[in-house]
Design a protein around this ligand. Sequence first.
Ligand code: MN3
Length: 200
Amino acid sequence: MFQLPKLNYSYDALEPYIDAKTMEIHYAKHHQAYVDKLNEAIAKHPELESKTLEELLKNLGSVPEDIRTAVRNHGGGHFNHSLFWQIMAPSDFALGKPNEPMGELKIAIEKEFFSFEKFKELFMKVAVTHFGSGWVWLSKDINNKLVIESLPNQDCPLSKGSKPILCLDLWEHAYYLKYQNRRAEYVEAWWNVVDWEGAR
Ligand code: MN3
């Protein structure tokens, strides 16, 4: 059975950039629902119970057809949100630390996107112009090259052979209470709570 991962900080820890009410509903309701529906789907095929979430998402084509869409949507939802919580940290945690990538990731970002500032610009552009629900990703593609891309709904880069590093939820449930239709403001604010130690 898949389970909601423990959140390493309180609902209000990402204030003022992400509000406590949004965090609570997002984690305890939305993410829980993805976990529950994934478990319901897997229960129809007990032979899949030994598979990890990563194995399922990397090999969607081998998931039985009657639950493939459920695994894609709810398994993706479970994986994507789990990574999302992990790559954020309380805003006071970042105080006094350079809020930017470190080590090998920093070098790779500068190699691929020229500078961290240019990387952020491109990431934000992709996030703001993505139509509808989905996520924006920083991933390593099958050639080990860093890419910024948006994917619809709960689609996960694992399913196209990429390795996800950083993600930002673009569904309205992630920001509507505080930012309403102002997605750009949400994306801009989010950089303040990115935990670059969690992104690797
Ligand atoms: Mn979400």
